[in-house]
Design a protein around this ligand. Structure first.
Ligand code: SF4
Ligand code: SF4
Length: 300
């Protein structure tokens, strides 16, 4: 029997950094979702916010020829008091993705950010978490009232010319094509044309609150050289292949691991070309999905 003591984990040596994430608000969030794999909430201060100076210094070191997208995440990145300046700075380098629950977006905010986008060559892409198109199911996970606030944020974005990507975790193990159809029908009411690209459905990462409230990985939920072959998985489909996350506590391999010291690849981006072994249980979710859990996939 395979145990986590004797398996052979594959590894990644990142050659090109295409996706650069900044965890700008640590684990602070205005929601407290039951499935949050990072256990974010309004009081989790275990990581400091990232300041603009660190973001500037990081972008100075990046190879601009290979950089494709920047992502701002947390917690809830729109809680950063310097968010507008951070977006203004990052958008000089690449498209800026804002990974948000959407509850803090209103017409004024959307109009303001749309103007920043118009004034620059790159885009602002909103990735909005909404787990279910039915209010009760969504709010059971994300908190009462969150559905209406998120929906209001989505409408403000659409009204101001944005085309957000909706991000849902299929917690109910609903048939994926029916789940997708349900979202398509629902979102079509709002002058929004959902497609495979702007509706991202992912399996859960079973750490943090998810592990407390739902289930944990089994001991043998691991990625091995053999399991990759068996499942016809390419490491190129895994986010860590071309991604790093800058946090106030150094650099991490991917957004799933920013709360796990084993996910740290070093203090600086320069350390990040070292081999990174995919030996954590969270890696099993990437193998299950066999697609990028976090980065956009524009070429579907
Ligand atoms: S899942 Fe997202 S919105 Fe919910 S608590 Fe975590 S960071 Fe906040
Ligand atoms: S969780 Fe996924 S993206 Fe993160 S290091 Fe493991 S395989 Fe890579």
């Amino acid at each position: 029997m395979l145990t986590n003591l004797n398996f052979q984990a594959p590894y990644i040596e990142m050659t090109n950094l295409n996706n650069l994430w900044f965890q700008i608000t640590g684990f602070i969030c205005n929601l407290k979702c039951k499935h949050c794999y990072l256990s974010c909430n309004s009081t989790n201060k275990t990581r400091n916010f990232l300041n603009l100076d660190k973001i500037r210094k990081t972008l100075d070191q990046v190879n601009k020829k290979t950089l494709e997208e920047i992502y701002l995440t947390g917690g809830e990145p729109l809680l950063h008091r310097d968010i507008n300046n951070i977006i203004r700075y990052c958008i000089k380098y690449a498209d800026v993705n804002i990974i948000t629950n959407g509850t803090l977006i209103n017409d004024k905010k959307a109009r303001f950010l749309r103007q920043i986008e118009i004034d620059n060559d790159y885009e602002i892409i909103f990735r909005i978490s909404l787990d279910h198109y039915k209010e009760q199911k969504n709010d059971d996970i994300r908190g009462k009232g969150s559905y209406r606030k998120t929906l209001s944020g989505i409408k403000s974005l659409i009204n101001n010319g944005f085309n957000p990507v909706i991000n849902a975790v299929n917690l109910w193990q609903e048939d994926e094509s029916q789940f997708r159809e349900g979202f398509f029908d629902f979102l079509s009411q709002f002058n929004f044309e959902p497609s495979e690209i702007n509706l991202k459905i992912t399996p859960p990462v079973k750490t943090g609150e998810f592990a407390k409230n739902f289930s944990v990985y089994n001991e043998n939920d691991l990625v091995t050289v053999e399991s990759l072959k068996k499942n016809n998985c390419s490491l190129k489909n895994f986010d860590c292949y071309n991604t790093r996350v800058i946090t106030d506590d150094g650099v991490y391999a991917c957004p799933a691991l920013v709360n796990d010291p084993r996910g740290k690849t070093g203090e600086t981006l320069a350390d990040s070309a070292n081999k990174f072994f995919l030996e954590l249980n969270a890696c099993f979710s990437c193998q299950q999905a066999n697609k990028k859990l976090f980065n956009n996939e524009w070429n579907l």
